[in-house]
Design a binder for this molecule. Sequence first.
Ligand code: GRF
Length: 192
Amino acid sequence: MQKIAIFASGTGTNASKIIEHFASNEEVEIALILSNRPKAYVLKVAENNNIPAKVINRSEFYDSNDIVEELENSEIDFIVLAGFLWLIPSSLINSYPNKIINIHPALLPKYGGKGMYGRFVHEAVFNAKETESGITIHFVNEEYDEGKIVFQAHCLIDPSDGPKEIGKKIQELEHKYYPIIVEKLLRRISIN
Ligand code: GRF
């Protein structure tokens, strides 16, 4: 059995897709959902799926070892960031080397870095008149959006697409590929 923790701060549509994907897989359990926002809809997603959830605060996350200890005590093997906006502290990265991944709604290294999330990314892509964009799934390191890239998928942007339409295309790609890539990476870990 491999156990996943999902860190998310928003609506949790990617978290939902991942939960759905593994629902009938007896080898993988979504064992914890962690959020820094008490009102995040992802916590409702956790509740609806009977997944333990935890709301964390800044000092717990950055100034103590509580989260690492909790993850280890819960025997978490792999961490999936799905709309989690806080930088991951080194202690956590060192405890889970190449076992924390993130999804970014653009083709990194373009349109990454602090403050580049959600609609800000789609607006930047739109303002730059890009003719294509996409998603990037990458390992997490101490910098925003700079870890090793695992997977990218592209989509075309029509001249008539505004930031909202771009966001929709990106979300479709995220929902299609994130669960599959998580599964592939878990297989790789279990083989090694
Ligand atoms: C996604 O667009 C993802 O790329 C980014 O955060 C967003 C999360 O959306 N990292 P949701 O909460 O899963 O709907």
